[in-house]
Structures are given as C-alpha cells and as structure tokens.
Design a protein around this ligand. Structure first.
Ligand SMILES: O=C(O)[C@@H](CO)OP(=O)(O)O
Length: 347
C-alpha cells in the first residue's frame, strides 16, 4: 500500500489518526489502486470511468463538469450552471467530507440484525444525532446524501438542527416528474438558504438476508461465534441470502464515485449519513484498506468522521470530537476561515 494508514479501527478514540493517500482520487486511479475491491466493482468502475472520462476525448475537466451537472442534484434548489461549476472548480481546491453512521435505532437497542429493515431511532439515537450535529456545527455543508432509510435521514436532519450555518436541509424527491415539479422553490434567496438532501438506496445498510430480525446473541448461540463474526465482518462471505460487504461495496462505492466525488471535485462540502456497513465499504475505498484490515473496522453510532478532499486526494482527519476539535479546524486555512466567519456572524 502506498498510503500510511495510521489506524484502521475508526472508533471515537481514533480522532488523531490521519493519513495522506498518495492515490489521487477519482475513478481513473483505481487502475493502479491497491484497494481490494471485488473484480466486479473494479469492472463497473472502469466501465463507468471509460464512459464518463475516456469517451470525452480525454478532457477530464469537461467530463467532471458534465458529470456534476447531470447528477441527481440538478434540482430546483441548486442547479449549478456550467459556468458556476467552472468558476467553482477554478476557485476551490478543497472540500470537506463528513461521514456519519446513524444514531442508535430501536433494533440496535434490542440487538437485532437490521440490514434493509427501515427502523427509526431510539431517544438515545436522537440525542446521538444532535450531539453529532454539535461536533460538525462549524464544518461547512453544501450537500447532504443519506440512504433511503429513516434512521439515516433522521440522523442527518437532527444533526443539521445544530449547524451554525442555519440553512434548511430539503429532501429532493426524484421519484417521478410530479414529485420533482411539485417540490419546486420559487425564491432564489430561499434556495440559497437551503441544503439539498439527496436520498439514495445505494447507501442503504447491507441486506442481511435471513438474519434480519434475529437476535445477534441468540444467533451466536445457535451458529457459533466464528460463523456469526464471519457473516458480520468478513469482506466476501454473505450472510444466508444476504449481501456480503463486497456486494454492498459494489453499489455504495460505485454511487460514491459516480455521484459524490464529482461534487467534492468541484468544491462542494458534503455530508453522508448512512450505515455501519455501507460506510465501512466507502471508508475501505477512501482509506485503501485491505480485505483483512476492513474486518476490524468498526463504526460507532452517531460519531462523525471528517475527510478533507484536496488536490484530488482524501485526507482523513479522524473524528471532530472533544479536545482534538481545535486540531481539526486548525488543519486547513479554509476551515479556520469558515469558522471565523461564523463567529463574526453570531456577534
Ligand atoms: O444489524 C445491522 O444492520 C448492522 C448494523 O447495525 O449490524 P452489524 O453490526 O452486525 O453489521
């Protein structure tokens, strides 16, 4: 691996860990990346890459702009024109990426396998989401991506109630023409005060198959600790009739590359609220973890992780929690400036 991964286990205590990947991001570089994604993911990525970049006579910039302007965020709130995108691309050399696993759900509390089942947060989960919002309240957010499941959406919305930017997160409904038309906003000023929220099933928790609804402890007693650990944490062994992490990565990482990276590339600050395993697969891609390293990657509920996307690379800043917060903001001039602006506005 050409990146120094300081700490593949991303619990709340890993806030000081960071690394600079020497892999410039964006799909082309997967050709030489050491990320152990499944060969199917690799093929999908390369296929899409060739469609989005190579076909456009090697002009990466125009491909990125075209790709960004065609994404599902071409919506009534923030339809960026090609000129805006070019300007923003010229001006921006850095964007923040916040990843947050949803707060505790009612089935987390009961210790049940949840997967694709759409279960809401507990009171504790609501509180975790609010606390997460406090932790990221000084980090800019221009776009939010959530899964289509309520626990991730609740988390994103509750976190944003704490954000000092005080913009209104608005869910974009893209399911049909009527939903798109009826959700239009007719004030430019109001649009500026809004943050588009894109919901994507591709970011959903991995489908846990026939384990969904079963108690985790009882499953261990029935099938043994090793078998259950393999189902829960291995890269390519799926639970009965469910998705392995590799299968989950195939949709989640592909979505990240196709829809989210282009936004970061043009300088948009992005928050993703999703799930233990869909985020593990994305972190595996960002941190270039091996199939062995990803086994020990555990994400706590409601703890945000911050990455800086700069010069085509992802730099992990760990979690903006507690005493290390100053370090997080001090890291980039842009974040420090943003925070100063917020301070000035609130005086
Ligand atoms: O039940 C689930 O859907 C997931 C996340 O809560 O569990 P696990 O930690 O086993 O991947």
């Amino acid at each position: 691996m050409d990146a120094a991964v300081c700490n593949p286990s991303l619990g709340p205590s890993s806030s000081s860990s960071c690394y600079v990947s020497s892999r410039p991001s964006f799909c082309p570089d997967l050709r030489r990346s050491s990320v152990r994604l499944s060969s199917e993911v690799f093929k999908v990525k390369i296929g899409r890459l060739e469609r989005s970049l190579c076909r456009s006579s090697g002009n990466k910039l125009s491909a990125v702009i075209a790709s960004a302007s065609q994404t599902s965020v071409s919506d009534p709130i923030s339809t960026p024109s090609r000129n805006d995108l070019s300007d923003s691309l010229k001006k921006s050399n850095e964007a923040s990426l916040i990843l947050i696993r949803h707060g505790e759900s009612l089935w987390n509390e009961k210790n049940l396998f949840t997967g694709s089942v759409d279960v809401p947060l507990t009171k504790k989960g609501v509180e975790e989401a609010i606390q997460a919002g406090k932790r990221i309240s000084n980090i800019p957010v221009d776009m939010i991506y959530t899964s289509s499941l309520i626990r991730a959406q609740m988390t994103a919305m509750l976190a944003m109630t704490e954000h000092r930017q005080q913009k209104v997160p608005i869910i974009l409904h893209d399911e049909n023409e009527r939903a798109r038309t009826w959700g239009r906003i007719f004030s430019e000023e109001t649009k500026k005060q809004s943050i588009p929220v894109v919901t994507a099933w591709q970011l959903n928790e991995r489908m846990y198959g026939e384990l969904q609804g079963l108690n985790k402890q009882e499953t261990v007693e029935r099938y043994g600790k090793e078998q259950v650990h393999e189902w829960r944490r291995s890269y390519d062994i799926p639970p009965p009739n469910g998705e392995s992490l590799a299968m989950c990565a195939q949709r989640a990482v592909t979505y990240f590359c196709d829809e989210i990276e282009p936004q970061l590339f043009i300088g948009k600050n992005v928050m993703i609220a999703a799930h233990g395993n869909s985020l593990r697969s994305i972190i595996m891609y960002l941190d270039k973890l091996t199939t062995q390293e990803v086994i020990s990657l555990e994400l706590s509920t409601g703890v945000p992780l911050l990455y800086i996307f700069k010069e085509g690379r992802f730099v992990r800043r760990g979690s903006p929690v507690g005493p290390t917060e100053a370090g997080v903001y001090a890291y980039t001039g842009k974040l420090a400036q943003y925070r100063q602006k917020l301070d000035e506005m609130s005086h």
